[in-house]
Design a protein around this ligand. Structure first.
Ligand SMILES: [Zn+2]
Length: 106
């Protein structure tokens, strides 16, 4: 027999899972922000996810430095400027396309 008590427990467990899921999601957002994932997690957990998401949103974005390299797979040289073909290999008469590589540093 299902009593009201049993239903309540289930609802609490489901809400608890949803709550934790929201907290973890906000922590993930926080990792890309200046406040950091750990702080965002704590705020979301103790002050409800609603406050947490506001806290993470208001926090400025971490400064991300994006470095783009163009690498030649044949000779291994890397260029910071865009070339259609590798200038070094072009001297040897080969037309080697450069592979674009981007890196992110925080
Ligand atoms: Zn090359």
């Amino acid at each position: 027999m299902l009593s009201f008590y049993d239903v309540d427990i289930e609802v609490i467990i489901i809400l608890g899972i949803v709550y934790l899921f929201l907290v973890v999601s906000i922590a993930k957002i926080g990792t890309y922000k200046k406040c950091g994932g750990y702080k965002a997690l704590l705020v979301a957990f103790f002050l409800t996810p609603v406050i947490g998401i506001i806290y993470a949103s208001v926090s400025p974005q971490k400064s991300i430095l994006k470095i783009v390299h163009y690498k030649c797979e044949t000779c291994g040289l890397e260029y910071t400027t865009k070339h259609n073909y590798c200038p070094s290999c072009a001297k040897e008469g080969k037309s080697i396309r450069l592979v674009k590589k981007s890196m992110r540093t925080y």
